[in-house]
Design a protein around this ligand. Structure first.
Ligand code: ADP
Length: 609
């Protein structure tokens, strides 16, 4: 379980960042392949907008030039024009929705795919210290924010800007004096659209953040429920939950407060504007300087000021959100894999399985060496056990052989080939890795075993399973080899997962096998099955085992005792015991105890039986 204490202290990622023109231009590049569609979408949007702006003009004409003089024929034509305009707007809007969603989804698709493919290539060092949730949210949420801006944001900004300019121009042309009267409400509309609206969306953003904190907290509580109950942490957990819960409630009510100010405010300002225009306009009408139609058109246009301003403020916050997302997404895209096929890398031929470390030093972080000047030779077919205290560097040795990292100094050679000078795929295809806690993918059991050799026929899969004694438990599952695994194999026991991993490795048949022995204690029957399976698995290949079991270590051709990133002792079990050094110490304090206990319990069992 990850530490439940971290949940609230964990920094939240920025939701908005200042404008950055470099990022902006880079985001816009994703539009390039869809330039034509975007242009078409923008045209459609402008058409809808233009049709909307024409309406008050037609109504004005109808009142002044058709109804007032009693020209019924003209009125018919104007009404038809109005209906026609609506139909055009309707068609254009339909097209616009389709085009923009299509390009929006295409941009999303491209970006998501690019990011996913890139992330898969990145070296393990990228994943070190990056929480899974953050990587996931980049590929999902951040990508959305970018695509939304690139697609609809920009088009919206342009068309609404045009709309704003157009309304202003129409009003000024129709009647400058009345226009100036109408403009007196603009500051209030601007305040509502830009200021209050921004605050409102910020408040909604806080609500979303609080929601995700609630989710994270719930998630941790549910996953860690055993630890929480056993350590009596319910009180603390509830207290923390109460705080986040309160934050959510408060954020929500703040958002509602702004909603409450905004929408009735927009109505009120609209009405005030209308009253002002009627008040000033009516005098002009009475004096004969203004027609009723123009007055009516003015009233209608006033209400149309709000939408573009509101949209522009929305796009503005969209831009800032997209900047935060862009920063995170581009950070990933700009991260180069540290381990990659170098220029002129050759394919490693079929290997015998010799591994040599030549003056290898390695550090995960600069200045903190983990392996120091290590020299090591493993002959083909040898079984090597790595022992030593936790943090000594055993897994790091395994990581270098798998080439998850390249050495900081020195060389790792396989059959005489420097690993940095051969292609990754040719190394990995001849190498197997079995970790303590095997990752079981969702899908069928048979596909999980065939993970390293997808084309393996069922007979081979079954043979591998039988060889490592996984067959027994698989046969008992519903649909045996076709049994569907869910939830990362949570329904399987640790021992069963391990046997599956052995079967997977055996089927792939690598020349070099690296195995991190599970430390988890399992029942004696499974333990025995695993021991036998292991022996079967290690036959005929070079193996490096990070060993925790005495039985494994005793059988090893070579034991390397690692401490502080150095090999402090090497030899086989007998040689090392005779030396009475570190290994002997470890053996007498830890392993012997283990053996005596096993001996005792089997004796006791014998006596009872
Ligand atoms: P062992 O397998 O012997 O327990 P490791 O090889 O896992 O030891 O670790 C050796 C040292 O390297 C430890 O001090 C550990 O904290 C550090 N270390 C291991 N993995 C990483 C990593 N991904 N990033 C930074 N430091 C690491």
């Amino acid at each position: 379980m990850t530490d439940e204490l971290d949940i609230e202290e964990e920094e939240e990622e920025d939701e908005q960042r200042p404008f950055n023109s470099l990022y902006f231009r880079r985001m816009m590049r994703y539009l390039k392949p869809y330039r034509r569609q975007v242009l078409l979408g923008a045209t459609m949007m402008l058409t809808v907008m233009a049709a909307g702006l024409m309406e008050p003009l037609i109504i004005k004409t109808a009142i002044d030039d058709a109804i007032a003089p009693g020209e019924l024929n003209y009125l018919d034509r104007l009404v038809l024009a109005l209906v026609g305009l609506r139909i055009v707007a309707w068609l254009a809007q339909r097209a616009q929705i389709r085009i923009m969603n299509h390009t929006g989804q295409s941009i999303l698709y491209d970006l998501r795919q690019q990011l996913f493919e890139h992330v898969q290539k990145l070296s393990l060092s990228f994943y070190d210290g990056r929480p899974v949730g953050k990587i996931m949210s980049r590929i999902t949420n951040d990508v959305n924010a970018i695509a939304e801006l690139v697609n609809s944001g920009v088009i919206n900004l342009i068309s609404q800007g045009v709309s704003l300019v157009a309304i202003t121009a129409i009003l000024l042309i129709m009647n400058p004096r009345l226009a100036l009267t109408a403009f007196t409400v603009l500051p209030a509309i601007g305040y509502l659209a830009l200021r209050v609206r921004t605050r409102m969306s910020n408040a909604w953003m806080n609500t979303r953040k609080a929601y995700s904190s609630i989710n994270a907290h719930l998630n941790e509580t549910v996953t860690g429920i055993q630890e929480i109950q056993v350590f009596n942490r319910q009180g603390r957990q509830s207290e923390r939950f109460r705080r986040i819960n309160q934050r959510l409630k408060k954020a929500f009510m703040t958002a509602i407060h702004y909603e409450m100010v905004l929408w009735p405010g927009v109505d009120l300002v609209g009405v005030i504007g209308m009253c002002l225009v009627i008040w000033v306009g009516a005098r002009q009408v009475i004096q004969g300087a203004l027609t009723i139609g123009v007055l009516l058109a003015f009233v209608q246009y006033i209400n149309r000021f709000f939408a573009p301003l509101s949209t522009m403020s929305r796009v503005y916050s969209q831009v800032l959100s997209a900047m935060a997302s862009a920063e995170r997404v581009f950070e990933i895209l700009d991260t180069e894999p540290l381990v990659y096929d170098r220029e002129g890398a050759v394919d490693l031929p079929k290997i015998k399985g010799e591994i040599v470390f030549e003056n290898v030093s390695f550090a995960y972080k600069e200045g903190e060496p983990v392996l120091r000047d290590m020299n090591l030779r493993i002959e083909p077919g040898q079984m090597v056990a790595l022992v030593g205290p936790t943090g000594a560097g055993k897994s790091t040795i395994a990581n270098l052989v798998c080439r998850f990292y390249d050495p900081t100094e020195g060389r790792v050679l396989v059959d005489g080939y420097d690993l940095t000078k051969v292609t990754l795929s040719s190394v990995r295809s001849q190498l197997g890795l079995v970790l303590q806690d095997t990752f079981i993918f969702s899908g069928k059991i048979r596909d999980n075993i065939a993970y390293g050799r997808l084309d393996a026929p069922l007979e081979d899969i079954m043979e591998a399973a039988r060889a490592v004694k996984a067959d027994d438990f698989i046969q008992k599952l519903s649909d045996d080899y076709d049994h569907e695994i869910t939830e990362r194999g949570a329904s399987l026991s640790t021992g069963q997962r391990q046997l599956l991993a052995f079967a997977r490795a055996l089927l792939a048949n690598p020349r070099i096998l690296i195995l991190d022995e599970a430390t988890a204690h399992i029942d004696i029957a499974t333990e025995r099955a695993i021991q036998e399976a292991l022996e079967r698995l290690l036959v005929d290949r070079t193996s490096i085992v990070i060993a925790h079991r005495l039985s494994t270590i005793e059988k090893a051709d070579l034991i390397l005792f690692i401490d502080g990133g150095r090999i402090v002792e090497q030899g086989n079990h007998r040689e090392l015991l005779a030396r009475k050094g570190r290994y002997w110490q470890l053996y007498t304090t830890q392993y012997r105890l283990e053996r005596d206990m096993a001996l005792e319990s089997s004796l006791a069992a014998g006596q009872v039986g």
